[in-house]
Design a binder for this molecule. Structure first.
Ligand code: IPE
Ligand code: IPE
Ligand code: MG
Ligand code: MG
Ligand code: MG
Length: 271
């Protein structure tokens, strides 16, 4: 019963966010066509829409129902996430040719267009954020929260840099935890926190959303590492076994599969 209702929430959230993304992102016949095709290729290749759904559900929890326009905040988060995936897959980073069950952006459109499509999704996300339908003070706090979470200091880009620099180096547990918290956990936390801010939540509720994001954000990347080892490329829609090939800093590599899964379970239970 409970499972069915979670399933329904995920599906309904995906539907709301997909419709908003389709409405917001310029159509493929908008000049220059190639960049809009590339942006849409990666955004609509599939994807769980986890970050926007967390944002929507945080806002629903605070406000009692979905606040009007929240799907635009969710869409901006998904644009930023998709930009990070396009760049993560580039030859200079993880060099992946499969994403969300489709050839990666640079494989289809070439590296230059893929770099620009990532850039474009990032700048467009901030245009969408600037137009959010919430009080100006909340809007500024939302923009700051997201910019920080995707930036270099304890944010997504900082985590990506540490991830690349840790290849073939077997970092210690503390460094590994930072990589995961920054490259993945930070945007997941920001999704929950900004959903709360949009819905007008107070300081104590905001802190609870932040604490929850911190736990599930880290757990999410631990499980992403576990799945890289335990699932096939067909199941994942991205290249399996990739982390081992370049000796990425992962939880299974440092602690083993069983301890990694236990750690993720503990984090989720504590959130
Ligand atoms: C993949 O994120 C990249 C990570 C940060 C682990 P997701 O597993 O949320 O990927 P999509 O959005 O569903 O494709
Ligand atoms: C990706 O981490 C993190 C970001 C895109 C910010 P991974 O490199 O582990 O993600 P996948 O496994 O390619 O999806
Ligand atoms: Mg990576
Ligand atoms: Mg990768
Ligand atoms: Mg991974």
């Amino acid at each position: 019963m409970l499972t069915a209702s979670i399933q329904e929430t995920l599906e309904a959230g995906r539907h709301i966010v997909d419709a908003a993304l389709d409405r917001l992102i310029p159509p493929v016949d908008q000049q220059p066509e190639s960049i809009h095709r590339a942006m849409r290729h990666s955004v609509f290749a599939g994807g769980k829409r986890l970050r926007p759904i967390l944002c929507l559900e945080a806002a629903r929890m605070i406000a009692g129902s979905l606040p009007a326009g929240i799907e635009e905040l969710g869409s901006a988060l998904e644009m930023l996430h998709t930009y990070s995936l396009i760049h993560d897959d580039l030859p200079a980073l993880d060099n992946d040719d499969l994403r969300r069950g489709h050839p990666t952006c640079h494989v289809v459109y070439g590296e230059a267009t893929a770099i620009l499509a990532g850039d474009a999704l990032q700048t467009f996300a901030y245009e969408v954020l600037a137009k959010l339908r919430c009080p100006a003070e909340a809007k500024v706090r939302i923009i700051e929260e997201i910019a920080r979470a995707t930036g270099t200091v304890e944010g997504m880009i900082g985590g990506q840099v540490m991830d690349l620099e840790a290849e073939r180096k077997k970092p210690d547990g503390k460094t590994l935890e930072f990589i995961h918290r920054y490259k993945t956990g930070a945007l997941i936390t920001a999704s929950l926190v900004t959903g709360g801010l949009y819905a007008g939540c107070g300081h104590a509720e905001l802190q609870r959303l932040r604490d929850f994001g911190r736990s599930v954000g880290l757990a999410f990347q631990i499980i992403d590492d576990v799945l890289d080892v335990t699932q096939s490329s067909a199941q994942l829609g991205k290249t399996a076994g990739k982390d081992q090939a370049v000796e990425k800093a992962t939880y299974p590599a440092l602690f083993g599969l069983e301890a990694s899964i236990k750690q993720a379970d503990m984090l989720v239970a504590s959130g």
